[in-house]
Write a protein that binds this ligand. Structure first.
Ligand SMILES: NC(=O)c1ccc[n+]([C@@H]2O[C@H](COP(=O)([O-])OP(=O)(O)OC[C@H]3O[C@@H](n4cnc5c(N)ncnc54)[C@H](OP(=O)(O)O)[C@@H]3O)[C@@H](O)[C@H]2O)c1
Length: 300
């Protein structure tokens, strides 16, 4: 008998879209919660069932969860995927999602959380993930939270490899955990069925923390040309965060995150990742796959 569908929340997003494809390639039926104004055509073209709704509308969540086997959420408000999004979605919307899951017959709820979120009350978008983990636990939802490091794909922003220079905020020499979103998407899809303890929080990343300068060296070696780093010094980011923070709360949030990165504590323990998913890619392997996906020939 065919299994009931997996509901993906955030399936129109960059990571969410990859999770949908990873689930489909695992042979799962997928239902996606899509907001009324968002374009669901690419999902429908892939054979995904679309449930119109919104994390801010609790009834729509109950309807979307009706008859599903599991839920995977990658959705976020702070990323401002659509105009008008705010971190209200990460507070109220996530709470609605946890409460709807508690009232539905869900076998497994998979949350895209953030590495070290439980240590960072000063970084709102991290802390909201910690609060969501707590809410799922309090509501008795059978969940697993994957806590990924920073998305490696982001270093390719603004044509960085074509220009030969990676951009960064703060010291370019502090190591931190990165993860390729394709790997994270595969783990999120696998997390629907893997054996885990209820309420586990699992760090996700590459084999070791690396600095942005390390990444420039690795990618330079692979491309056969020099890749530099342009970094905005930490005090400048801090000042911008406090000056702009009153009017643009996200500026303060991002500068607090950068401060946290500077501590060198944004580092994954990948022991459990290896046990549960069987793979912890090396930083070199992840960068190779990122460059290949971007169409760069690998020299090394
Ligand atoms: N970037 C990093 O380094 C990093 C590190 C660790 C974890 N993460 C996590 O990874 C995830 C990023 O996923 P992504 O790249 O797919 O994000 P994204 O491209 O910004 O997409 C956000 C998704 O959330 C949906 N959404 C927003 N508000 C919603 C609402 N009220 N109701 C229903 N759906 C809503 C959006 O739908 P619409 O199409 O309607 O806008 C969209 O599908 C986030 O959970 C983030 O916290 C990121």
């Amino acid at each position: 008998m065919e299994k009931a569908p997996v509901l993906v929340v955030g399936g129109t997003g960059r990571l969410g879209g990859q999770v949908v494809r990873a689930l489909l390639s695992r042979g799962r039926q997928v239902r996606a919660l899509v907001r009324p104004a968002s374009d669901a055509a690419p999902l429908e073209a892939d054979g995904v069932e679309v449930a119109r709704g919104d994390m801010m509308d609790p009834d729509s969540l109950l309807r979307a969860m009706d008859g599903v086997d599991a839920v995977v959420t990658t959705a976020a408000g702070y990323t401002r995927h659509s105009k008008g999004d705010t971190d209200e979605i990460d507070i109220v919307g996530n709470r609605n999602l946890a409460d709807a899951a508690a009232r539905s017959d869900i076998r497994r709820f998979v949350l895209t959380s953030i590495l070290t979120c439980d240590q960072t009350p000063t970084v709102p978008h991290f802390w909201n993930k910690k609060l969501m983990e707590d809410r799922l636990e309090e509501q008795g939802v059978p969940f697993v939270a994957l806590r990924p490091g920073a998305f490696l794909d982001q270093i390719a922003r603004d044509d960085a490899f074509a220009k030969g220079r990676l951009s960064w905020f703060g010291s370019p020499d502090v190591p931190l955990t990165f993860v390729l979103t394709a790997d994270l998407a595969a783990f999120l899809a696998a997390a629907v069925d893997v054996e885990v303890h209820g309420g586990e929080r699992i760090d996700i990343g590459c084999d070791r923390p690396v600095s942005i300068r390390d990444l420039a060296q690795i990618s330079g070696r692979l491309l056969g040309r020099e890749i530099g780093v342009r970094s905005i010094p930490a005090p400048v980011v801090r000042t911008a965060g406090s000056v702009l923070g009153g009017a643009v709360p996200m500026a303060r949030d991002m500068s607090s995150m950068m401060e946290w990165f500077q501590t060198g504590k944004y580092v994954a323990d990948t022991t459990r990742q290896r046990e549960v998913f069987g793979v912890v890619p090396t930083a070199e392997d992840a960068v190779t796959r990122l460059l290949t996906a971007l169409g760069y020939p690998i020299q090394a």
